[in-house]
Ligand binder design. Sequence first.
Ligand SMILES: NC(=O)c1ccc[n+]([C@@H]2O[C@H](COP(=O)([O-])OP(=O)(O)OC[C@H]3O[C@@H](n4cnc5c(N)ncnc54)[C@H](O)[C@@H]3O)[C@@H](O)[C@H]2O)c1
Length: 426
Amino acid sequence: MSKVAVFGAGYVGLVTGACFADLGHEVVIADILPERIAALRAGEVPIYEPGLDVLLERNRERLSYTLDVAEAVSGAEFLYIAVGTPPTYSGDADLSAVWTVVDSLEGVAGRAVVVMKSTVPVGTGEKVRHRLDARGLEHVGYASNPEFTAEGTAVRDFQHPDRIVIGAFEDADAEAVAELHSGIEAPIVRADVASAEMIKLAANAALMTRISFINEIANVCEATGADVVSVAEGVGLDRRIGSSFLRAGIGYGGSCFPKDSLALKQLAANSGYHFQLLNAVIEVNELQKRRVIGKLQQHLGGLRGKTIALLGLAFKPHTDDVREAPSLVLAGRLVAEGAEVRAWDPVVHGADVLPQATILGSPLAALDGADAAVIVTEWPELADLDWARAADLMRNPLLIDGRNLLDPRALRAAGWTYDAIGRASA
Ligand SMILES: NC(=O)c1ccc[n+]([C@@H]2O[C@H](COP(=O)([O-])OP(=O)(O)OC[C@H]3O[C@@H](n4cnc5c(N)ncnc54)[C@H](O)[C@@H]3O)[C@@H](O)[C@H]2O)c1
């Protein structure tokens, strides 16, 4: 069993640490936020990720938490970096937290391996290698081991991944990282460091491309009388295409896709290449988020003084993450149009998330007296709602189903004017 230090107690770092501990390794998780470390030490989980609480509790003996880099580094054979890499104003990834960790590594014993879990531009590993060498840490190894988990299913994704990607400068380091994953059944893709970094960015870009593709198909369906749900089913059953990421909606959000697409676009641009397709993917997504506003205007006329209920705030179900969520864009646009915004989400409660909106405790409370409702996140609670009762509560029972979650016929039978994405509007 190995000793693993994980820098960053966020979505990725906590899941990585908990899953390694579950494999039997001894794990210390380091962060710079005192309240986060105090909460973890007290047995509280600072984020909502299904199954994470159980895993942290089950492996309590093998997990510790610290604010002290030296304590994390002491005796560690693997130094995982899982800090945030948000976008800068230019769209490049902000690597300042990565550099803070790299520059704070002291007293690394033996051939510990620094492993990059954070999503970083191609070329970062090379730069980290130089920086380690310049700091007299030539004896320390380096590997890229990008993370492909999705929030909401991160624990399952880590434990049953489609593949484990490992890029290293030295074979022995790649083998050590592969060995660390013993117990997880998955193909291991060995690559050079730059290619491992690119695999992560390219995989995300491929998924976003599928989303923007099906959203454009949806928009053409709407204009021509076809139904994108049937179309996606018929297209997705083609084994050459597959059915995942063919669900039309109001666009992708979250802490990864938007920033990683910008980072790849910027990476290409910095290297003198105009990534035309990716630019279109990003633009289509931005326009898609705003289509709901057009639909509301079409049905209601002006939005000034109208009360609009947003159902779901998280960027997708089973997470409390609202970073780059379509709900934020929608709420901002609605307020700018003079509407009053109410919102409900089963796990996102804080008023600070959406100060322009009134956050209510149940879908029915959000719908009571509203002029229109928008399904922003496909939470299962919404599929199970009593929509006939909900229609009676509305001042005007108009529903824009931004995720094509519900059955149009059932909703119309329940008294709703129902509109969705890429489906006939009546
Ligand atoms: N969230 C995802 O679904 C996901 C999936 C795959 C890859 N990634 C990538 O993984 C990385 C982490 O993402 P996340 O969502 O976990 O971020 P996050 O914001 O949830 O967590 C980052 C954590 O790092 C901590 N941190 C910052 N500086 C630090 C330092 N110097 N030392 C120790 N800790 C420090 C922060 O306090 C925070 O707790 C990003 O590069 C992201 O792109 C994320």
